[in-house]
Design a protein around this ligand. Structure first.
Ligand code: NAP
Length: 251
């Protein structure tokens, strides 16, 4: 039953992660809100608690092996056995290849790939012992290739291979792994891209919406809804999938 489940959502201080944390709490889960800055996480956790849910705030860098282990230990001790993990923490360091620094490349790989690996490895012990687990990884339509995002596209494509491998390895323990690949979602991440391109966010969104079959840009709730499905008890026969949540088909 969902009300016995504890979830960890990374990058949950804002944007998609914060909305996912609120949605899983609304589904009856206890939710650990994990992000770099614990004080910002605390605002999201407080909102969940005030709405009648259970939540704690955890400050941790998902790319730091020791911090990840400490964070997972804390969740298990203070909130409950973590059996739902949403690897959502992410950054962009966009640039055309000839201008992309090694730091830009490494930073993106570290948060998305190393972070998802460290979190999943630390949490799988709890999931396999419980005989139940749901790992949901945030990919992106950029996995299919996107100008100016060689680092991010490689990381988000890597997330898909990582997800399918976890599905293969962990399925027999009752653990599923799936990826969600959002298209354009209105968050500070896309607002920062608009700014970098010298456009207002409204113009940037309108331009994107014109290319999207459902004629609008996405919102964090659109992703939270998909996460809620993959995290549910009833989704146990759905594993190793990549769900594009992009307002239309992508290719
Ligand atoms: P966002 O608003 O920038 O939020 C990302 C969060 O992750 C931030 O709170 C950030 O903290 C945190 N974070 C960054 N590095 C971290 C680390 N090392 N350890 C822990 N937390 C870290 O981004 P978003 O738009 O909600 O995106 C969430 C996820 O969806 C990302 O994986 C992103 O790549 C993916 N996605 C987004 C879109 C979109 O259109 N928005 C589309 C496709 C995929 P700081 O603010 O302190 O850096």
């Amino acid at each position: 039953m969902n009300d016995t489940r504890t979830a960890i959502v990374t990058g949950a201080a804002r944007g998609i992660g914060a909305e996912v944390a609120r949605r899983l709490a609304g589904d009856g889960m206890a939710v650990a809100v994990l992000d770099l800055d614990e004080s910002v996480c605390a605002v999201v956790a407080k909102g969940i608690t005030e709405a009648g849910g259970r939540s704690i705030a955890i400050g941790a860098d998902v790319a730091d092996e020791a911090a990840v282990q400490d964070a997972v230990d804390r969740v298990a001790a203070e909130l409950g056995t973590p059996t739902v993990l949403v690897n959502n923490a992410g950054i962009i360091r966009d640039n055309l290849l000839f201008r992309m620094s090694v730091d830009d490349w490494d930073a993106v790989m570290n948060v998305h790939l190393r972070g998802a690996f460290l979190m999943s490895r630390a949490v799988q012990k709890h999931m396999t012992e419980a005989g139940f687990g749901r790992i949901i990884n945030l990919s992106s339509t950029s996995a299919l290739g996107n100008r100016g995002q060689a680092n991010y596209a490689a990381a988000k494509a890597g997330i898909q291979g990582f997800t399918k491998t976890l599905a293969n390895e962990l399925g027999k323990f009752g653990v599923t792994a799936n990826a969600i690949a959002p298209g354009f979602i209105e968050t500070e991440m896309t607002a920062a891209t608009a700014e970098r391109m010298g456009m207002t966010f409204e113009d940037f969104k309108a331009g994107a919406a014109a290319q999207i079959p459902v004629a609008r840009t996405g919102r964090p709730e659109d992703i939270a809804h998909a996460v809620s499905f993959f995290a549910s008890e009833a989704a146990g026969f759905v594993s190793g999938q990549v769900l594009y949540v992009a307002g239309g088909p992508v290719s």
